[in-house]
Design a protein. Sequence first.
Lengths: 660, 153
Amino acid sequence: MSLERPKPRVAVYICHCGKNIADVIDMDEITEYAKHIPNVALAKNYKFMCSNAGQDLIAEDLKSGKVDRVVVAACSPLMHEETYRRVLRENNFNEFFFEQANIREHASWVNLRDHKGAMEIAKDHVKMAVAKVSNDRPLIRQKVEVTQEALIVGAGITGMFATLDLANKYKVHLVERTPTIGGHMAQLDKTFPTMDCSACITTPKMVEVGRHPNINLLTYSEIENVDLNVGNFEVQVRKKSRRINHLICTGCGACGEVCPITVPNEFDYNMGYRRAAYVPFPQAIPAQYTIDIKNCIECKLCVDACEVNAIDFNQEDEIIDLKVGSIIIATGNDIFDPSKLYRYGYQKYKNVLIAIEMERLLSSTGPTLGKVIKPSDHKTPKRIGFLQCVGSRDFHEGTHKYCSRVCCMYAIKQARQFKEKYPDSEVFIFYIDMRTFGKGYEEFYEIAAREYGINFIRGRIGEVFENNDGSLIIRGSDTLLAEKYEIEVDMLILSTAIEARKDADEVSRFFGVQFSEDGFFMEAHPKLKPVDSLSPGIFIAGTCQAPRDIPDAVAQAKAAASSADNFMFSGEVEIEPYYSMVQPEICSGCRSCIPLCPYDAISFDETTNTADINAIKCKGCGVCVASCPSNAIIQNHFTRNQILSEVRALKPWENYIKEN
Amino acid sequence: MVEDSDFEPYIVCFACNWCTYTGSDQAGVSRMQRPADVRIIRLMCSGRMEPRYAIEVLKNGADGVIIGACHLGDCHYLEGNEKAVRRFSVINSFIKQYGMNPKRFQFWHISASEGAEFTEHIKEYVTELKKIGPNPRKHIAAKEFKKLEEVVI
């Protein structure tokens, strides 16, 4: 037959992955097995295929002309597919003549004790990869132009730093849900371990963000819709109505003064009050006022009070269309609500607070202007306790298994601040382990214990009771002394966990980012791609990815900014050529594929009476391929032949027949 | 049907690249141990799954077929998994027509973070398949092996 292709000559390389695979799967046996799979020209094993030496091994064999297709049996293709494809590319072979058999995550690691079973799976995976690579076709990646603008979602410390880093080179849109930028860091009084005033280091950055000519600041705005075209993301942002024209408002505050409505201030964690016409805190950026539609009674006193006539009760939500080349998600975290852990008495006993509330009490801009008071009688407490790991390192339902990383440090910091303000007081910290991991943190902890005389007691609290006067009795057991303790304190502060945002699934749906087990967003690789998501051009940074402290969040912000810069800099991006194609000679023109395409990539050509797929719009899901009644559509790299050859490479009867 | 609870079921899983495949990777990274019975074939989306693949696998004597898809609403390709769900019921009716036990064909929603769920599901499924017994087509498939071999590549 003239259509017959030359017989593929496949090289199979089995990776030991140090001992990760070699400990479970016998390398010689599987290499010997691979040699006898049809189409295999040679099979070798090597300690680390991904190392330079391993890659050279592939390159040598390719250059020798003995082989033209490559299978590497090693880790997951999500990890190293790109590495090996590069080897083929550099040696003038089409990079899609490559398949990776996953024998680490899917065989050796899940069957550490069942060596025989792991071997069977590894053999099957190698066999399938050989069958698939034999049917691979040469493909070319298409290039798409990248828009030279970026979108940052969330204007906390992470979002602000990422924005500032990118803004010198690109136009950056910064979207923030609340009326002001600054995030959690703006709520803090001081930062560990240097005891810098948090506002003093945040506000200059906030001003910089507000003033930068390249930054389009969209506060009080939410993402409405995202069209995920790699390199040209089309984003709709809803700019919520503030009922105040920000182009005119001078931020004089006259409207806030006359507003008769007082509501708890979210910024003070509901401990202070604000008006319905408000700025969350005096240094807010933008400094213009917002009318909180939910609480406004439309008395319109503010309309008369406003001297510049900025108030407009007819203002409507505005939809803004953006087109950006890359996106950084920095949506931050929520704070664990300990009221469901009833034994600690939060919201049951007045004098049990959470750390962020304590932070606001300690803050000189807080509701008490820096005076720590007991909520029960507004007097200064004499003895206070901090309970660590509330909601983290806990296996009960509704709590988190992970360590929130910052709680040990902020508890020590607050304890020291309290001691500085009230030297006669007594402070207890109840902990499981003190984890002071960062630069200068251990010294900070040591000074707290040695010079401030803070009492560290190892052992989580069992129960808390309230006395008639509002003071609290704490019971628990000291695991170092192996004895029970009962301590009376005036106030108990719960060091609550950092947890993923409650509406994180909405963000994940918009941007197609995956979750980790703990509810935070998942990075593409925990070590090597810490700020990349699985979708090219979308990056994740800060506490939306995992609990972290400010230095780490800033480092991630800068990493994400430089990755985004790297992504946009060349001006074009290569897209995986997994798109589908219609074979017009087979297409019957039934049009059943057209309504199935979620991207409207399929059109109908009236002249030829066939369907046609736009390769740029197609994302390569293959739904149309599976639905085509005449098998006229093929998906690159996942053709029907390839999947069937994988299926047929398996021999499910073999072992059973042998054994019976 | 052969009464035989010692046999190791042979399961083929068609996994969506974005969720179940990644979830299975996560199970591997966390060293979650599962019975060594599952072979995973990567598809870009569960919507790519054709009835033919499942039937071919069962015809060849596999004891179970799994489609691993994202949770509804979380599809990387917007709605590919919804189409897969609809197709699943069609495939299921085929399988009944072929005289096979419909329990041999499963549709699971496993997200990228649910390696533990994937492992648990597999353990349960293996126990169930052991109760059902081996696929009776194994012997026929073995006889047809020669014929198949010619078609393979």
